[in-house]
Write a protein that binds this ligand. Structure first.
Ligand code: G6P
Length: 609
């Protein structure tokens, strides 16, 4: 989702700004732009619709040079994907601003600004913000004070950065919602929406808090809080690698990340098991105390992470821990009957999802025994806001559609279920059995990846399809949901998942020879039930594409394709059966020729609600 970078340098800033935008690309966006204050003290702007490469091309044709600048990747909310709507927005030729987030009262402010004689060149809410800062400058306020005054008038959730042609060595930035980081070297200063953009210049950074306004003047940076009091924010050191991600032998990051899963899960498990046991401090220093106080779990997440939560519910309830799983955007606006002893667990690969953050805040307001996040980004907001954190340690995920972070999050949640099982009377033999299975995960994932060629062949059947159904039962229903989500995200085929037992309550009406029906069929307690459901599909002329245990008894025929998944214990089966569905959607997307790593309209880090 929208990304901001900015710099006050003592040499040309354009290279840093462009590289910063490239490093924020993975978040998802549809246009990009940059403003630089040139050596004559004028604002120079370039904006393009499409990829950062388009902007780079434009800058190669007409370079912008200057030591201070701001840049932005835009993910459209208000106003279509057009160059006039791309940021930075400029007021009066002197003031340029980029913004991430949403200003809810933009209509009211726009009306007043019209009356004040200001003209608009875009349909965005951001242009209202730059006008508002300008109006305060007109009243004689200093740039930072004008930004603070504007913040007080804006409703919504946003982060912004602004430069003024009259002050070529200065940049002012502010946060009220989406993250904004400040990085400094001895004589230069930088801002960015996430650490990836800062890594080429520094690992040290400070996280602005809500209400903060930071005034960057080279080495001198002053942070003031919403009341105008000077504050200092903790200087953190990033542990992330500064290398920009490299595709290696793969065609897409998604393919690379699917293939990294055995290693990713091995890294997730590193240092988390001792002998036959899960180490509780993998979840944080306070884990034992909080787990002792936990009576039930409430999992909150969005998208793929929500599906990980739905799988975890099966594991938690198996070990006797009541569990509810909530979509964050619904949870945050619903009334709740809070229950004592609730451990709220958020799941988020990015750690920045606005709805999940707001839902966590709401849960904490209700009173909880503790909060735990399962996350892949150590420097993220959810990690900072939670009592406990289980870091998945699977390295940066670049593909917008989550893959390795999903299997690693499920792995972490299985460890959580084991840690809580001890408190529910499950003996050490149970934990030892599941830990033994968990240790086989990397090899079992590797074996599932061996299905790729066969799956690529199977994918041919989907190239001309508009719709698909995905079926599963038990803990594999959420895996079917994830399979359907992956297919729609990256191939744009409409796909729906159903608990197979629900088929006859509606979706069966859709089934004919043109409707591919994909099912995951591990050899578990529900296999005979699932087979009956699959027969219902066959009887209506449906085409079945099955990922099945060899012992399931499912047999190939003219209308049934079966690919065997090596036998796995039911404790880890959902994690393994994820892989063939990821590979299927990837290969269908290749056939469709879509932008696999950056699917249209989607974002990796969803920092607006
Ligand atoms: C976006 C991403 C998904 C992700 C979801 C939740 O939609 O494209 O891959 O599952 O956000 O994100 P989170 O970072 O909270 O897991």
């Amino acid at each position: 989702m929208c990304g901001i970078v900015g710099a006050v340098r003592n040499s040309d800033a354009s290279g840093f700004l462009l590289e910063g935008l490239r490093r924020l690309e993975y978040r998802g966006y549809d246009s990009a732009g940059v403003v630089i204050i040139n050596q004559d003290g004028d604002l120079e702007r370039a904006r393009t619709v499409g990829k950062v490469a388009e902007l780079e091309h434009a800058l190669n044709q007409a370079p912008l040079m200057g030591m201070t600048g701001i840049a932005h990747t835009r993910w459209a909310t208000h106003g279509g994907v057009t160059e006039p709507n791309a940021h930075p927005h400029i007021c009066n030729g002197t003031l340029a601003l980029v913004c991430n987030g949403i200003v809810e009262n933009h209509e009211t402010l726009r009306q007043k600004q019209h009356e004040a004689g200001l003209a608009f060149t875009s349909q965005t809410d951001t242009e209202v913000v730059v006008h508002q800062v300008y109006l305060h400058l007109q009243k004689g306020l200093d740039l930072a004070d004008a930004v603070r005054a504007t913040m007080k008038e804006l409703e919504g959730s946003f982060a912004l950065a602004v430069v003024h042609a009259g002050e070529p060595d200065r940049l002012v930035a502010a946060r009220q919602g989406p993250p904004l980081l400040l990085g400094r070297t001895d004589d230069e200063s930088f801002i960015a929406s996430d650490i990836n953009a800062l890594l080429p210049v520094t690992r040290q950074y400070q996280v602005l808090e809500n209400g903060d306004v930071v005034d960057l003047r080279g080495a001198n940076c002053l942070i003031k809080d919403r009341t105008g009091v000077v504050v200092d924010r903790l200087v953190r050191t990033s542990s992330q690698s500064g290398d920009s991600a490299d595709l290696g032998e793969y065609r897409h990051f998604m393919q690379k990340e699917i293939h990294e899963q055995p290693r990713a899960v091995a890294d997730t498990l590193e240092g988390r098991l001792r002998g036959d046991q899960v180490l509780e401090d993998s979840f944080g220093r306070e884990a034992t105390r909080i787990f002792d106080a936990t009576r039930q779990v409430c999992i909150i997440a969005c998208g793929t992470s929500y599906h990980a939560g739905l799988v975890a519910r099966h594991w938690l309830e198996y070990v006797g821990v009541p569990c509810e799983v909530e979509v964050a955007s619904e949870y945050r606006y619903r009334r709740h009957a809070s229950r004592e002893g609730t451990l709220v667990v958020t799941i988020s690969q990015s750690g920045e999802t606005a709805d999940t953050l707001a839902a966590l805040e709401e849960a904490k307001r209700q009173g909880v025994a503790g909060s735990l996040v399962v996350c892949n980004v150590p420097e993220s907001s959810l990690v900072r806001e939670s009592d406990l954190a289980f870091m998945t340690h699977c390295g940066p995920e670049i593909g917008v559609a989550s893959t390795k972070t999903f299997v690693s999050a499920m792995t972490g949640l299985l460890l959580l279920a084991l840690a809580l099982s001890r408190r529910r009377g499950f003996d050490s033999g149970f934990e030892a059995h599941v830990v033994h299975q968990i240790r086989t995960l990397p090899a079992a994932l590797e074996s599932a990846l061996g299905m790729e060629t066969a799956i690529a062949n199977m994918a041919q059947a989907f190239g001309d399809k508009q719709n698909a159904l995905f079926l599963g039962r038990g803990a594999h229903f959420p895996i079917a949901m994830e399979g359907a989500l992956k297919l729609k995200e990256i191939s744009y085929i409409h796909a729906e998942a159903y608990a197979a037992g629900e088929l006859k309550h509606g979706p069966l009406a859709l089934v004919d020879e043109r409707m591919p029906v994909v099912a995951v069929a591990p050899n578990d307690l529900l296999i005979e039930k699932l087979k009956s459901n699959l027969e219902e599909v066959r009887a209506r002329g449906g085409r079945l594409y099955l990922f099945a245990d060899p012992a399931s008894g499912l047999i190939e025929s003219e209308d049934v394709q079966v690919l065997h998944v090596a036998p796995v214990d039911s404790a880890i089966a959902p994690i393994i059966y994820t892989v063939p569905l990821q590979l299927l959607s990837y290969h269908v997307a290749l056939i469709k020729g879509t932008d696999v790593d950056k699917p249209r309209n989607l974002a990796k880090s969803v920092t607006v609600e």
